[in-house]
Structure formats: C-alpha cells, structure tokens
Design a protein around this ligand. Sequence first.
Ligand SMILES: Cc1cc2nc3c(=O)[nH]c(=O)nc-3n(C[C@H](O)[C@H](O)[C@H](O)COP(=O)(O)OP(=O)(O)OC[C@H]3O[C@@H](n4cnc5c(N)ncnc54)[C@H](O)[C@@H]3O)c2cc1C
Length: 381
Amino acid sequence: MNFELSSENRLLAETVRRFIKERLMPLEAAIDAADEIDPIVLQALKKEVIALGLFGYNMPQVLGGPELSVAAQSMIDEELGRTTMPLAEAFGHLPGSLRMVNDDQREWLVKPLMRADTTIAYALTEPAAGSDLSAIATRAEKVAGGWRLNGTKHFISAAEHADHLIVLAVTDSQAPLKSRLTTFIIERGNPGWKTLRRFRKMGWHGHPLSELALDDCFVSDRQVLGQPGQGFLTMMATINNDRLMVACKCVGIAQALTDLALPYVRQRKTFGSALSEHQAIQFMLADNDVELDAARLLTQKAAYLADQKNTEFRIAASRAKLYASEMAGRVADKVMQIFGGAGYMADLPIERFYRDVRAFRIGEGTSEMQRLQIARHVILN
Ligand SMILES: Cc1cc2nc3c(=O)[nH]c(=O)nc-3n(C[C@H](O)[C@H](O)[C@H](O)COP(=O)(O)OP(=O)(O)OC[C@H]3O[C@@H](n4cnc5c(N)ncnc54)[C@H](O)[C@@H]3O)c2cc1C
C-alpha cells in the first residue's frame, strides 16, 4: 500500500476543500438553524459542482460520472465530512444500485439525475425492519403490465422532495432472503406514493427524514431495477462502498474538529497558561490524534482493497465504518470539552458536529451489525 497521494488526488482534495470553504461553509449555520435548505440554492450549487466535473463523483463513466478510483472517492468523502449533510448533497453522491440500470432507465432516470435536474432517495427501512431486512413487509404483487406495491417506509433521507424513490419490496415471500426482494423505482406524481410525515431529529438539520406510504402504488415493468428477485443482492453489492463513505466522512469530521481545536488550545489561556500547556488537554489531543490516524488508515486500507477488487474489502469496510463512526463521536466529545462553554454554543460548529456525527453509528448498518460481521469473520477465518 502506498501512502503517498498522487498529484491528481492531491489536486482533487484541494479543489473539493476550496469549494467547501468558499461556497458551502458560509451557508452552514443558517441552514442548520432553519433546519431547511432552499432546493433552488442546492440545485445551483450542484450545477457548480457539475462544472467542476465532480458531480456524481461515485458514478462510472457509462452513467456520466468521472469514474474515480475508490481511493479518490474516499478523499472526496473525507473532505465532505467537513460540511453539513444537506450541503454535501451538492456533490451528488448517488445510490450505488443505479449501476444496475438498463439502457432505457439510463435515459429517463440517470441522465436527468446527473444534470442535477432531478433527485432520488433510497427507501429500505420500515417501522418493523431496519437492521433485519428479512422483516421487510412492503409487498409488490405482480399485475398486468407491472407491479402493485403496498407498505410503509420510514427514516428515508431526502425523500420529501425527491423526484424518484428506490424501494425494496418483497416479491416472493416464500423464497430465501437472497431472492425474496425486488428493487423498484417510483416516480414523483405517482398517486400511490404518499408522504406521511417529516421526523423531528437531533442532527442533520436541513436533510429531512420522512415516513411514507405506498398505497396500491402501481409501477410498470420498466421501473424494476435489475431483475425481479435480485433486490437483496443489488443492495449488498453496494453497501460496502456506502459504509466506506460513512467512515471517510467521520474521518473528515474528526479532522475538522481537530483543525478547530489546535489554534484554540494555543491561544486560550487559563491560570496564566495556554490550554496547550495543561497535561489534561494534551492527553485529549494525543488520544484524538492517534484515533484519527488509526481511522484514516482503516479507510485507506479499505479503499485500497476495493480498488484491487479484493474480497477482503467487505470486512475492511465494516472495520472502517465501525471504528471511524465511534472515533468521531469521541473526538467531538473531547473537542467540546476542550472548548468549554464555547464548544456548547452554536456560534461554533462543534455542537453541530457533535449532533450530526451520532447518526453515523446507526445508518448504513449500526455499530452492532458491523461487530456481528467482524466477529463472524474473525471466528470463521
Ligand atoms: C440519519 C439517518 C438517516 C437514515 N437514512 C435512511 C435512508 O435514506 N433510507 C433508509 O432506508 N433508511 C435510512 N435510515 C434508517 C437506518 O438505516 C436504520 O435506522 C438502521 O438500519 C437501524 O435500523 P432500526 O432503526 O430499525 O434499528 P433496529 O434494527 O430496530 O435496531 C435497534 C438496535 O438494536 C440493535 N440490534 C438489532 N439487532 C441486533 C442483533 N442481532 N444483535 C445485536 N444488536 C442488535 C441495533 O444495532 C440497534 O442498536 C436512516 C437512519 C438515520 C438515523
């Protein structure tokens, strides 16, 4: 493994960091306070990222993406950890399952998405099925010319205004999990897609999560993503990349917090000395430093294995996701302590990072699900 950044990747990271600093950071506090982002503002930002050639940065060339290595995508994800969830959307990280589209779907679904003319959300979780996908109860019944879906999905990110919804539903309840589910694309305007409510939540302000009902929702055969019965495999094919993305974002959050803490400990004086001279503070900085480095190395190793098409990527992504998401929470906690009362106030972004980072231990497979995977791997190998 080579730890040297290539000149292209260094340039890429600098470009993303500059865009975040100049175009996104000035908007962060107001969006967080209002818990709302103006879709027109977001779309304009997306168009700027399109001009940079980085929109849909996780998409292959065949879908109009820049075909970046996983290592390069990871660097972008790390930089995006520095900003908020709604503003990170400007870079258009699209669902990996779009790689399953057929030629027809590429035209009507992917092309408008890559032009930032439309948006898409991904609906997997249900009130009785989160970690346990075998409990998914949304049903899709075959009818003439298509399928009729019934069920409830909840905690769905950015579905409120989405033009399309990717939905996982049971198509063969008797089949084993691997062939029980099918993925469908539902279009805005379908009378069977109803938003039930928006959740109030701890963090990720401006990035709404909603509950929605599929009520005799008819979709045509051309709206099946992949083949019927392939829904579980389609999801599993991309989940490791999503876990790595979360891990990288958490590294970015911890780095951003560290970047705030270091000048502060040098400048802030208590009892006649800079905070940096108090051993209790030094120890917090040392622990953060080691943890951040360890998490970054785990993400780099996972990205390396992904680019090598090495099957160990699956477990490496789990390790990185588990460790980095928990690490960033510990770093946020220590940095808030280092800032004292100033860390708790919303004048600084520390309390926002503290709130936002918590969700990463839950989404894309909880910490417990990662531990189960890793334990099985350790025991069986
Ligand atoms: C901010 C945010 C954004 C989200 N966005 C989306 C989205 O866009 N689309 C989507 O489909 N979903 C989304 N989700 C939902 C998310 O994927 C689920 O919340 C997650 O998978 C956990 O499922 P659950 O909430 O039903 O918890 P449960 O599965 O009910 O688990 C509850 C607790 O029990 C633990 N647990 C469960 N089973 C075991 C076991 N066998 N052993 C040990 N511990 C266990 C879990 O780890 C957890 O701590 C989002 C969630 C959040 C918080």
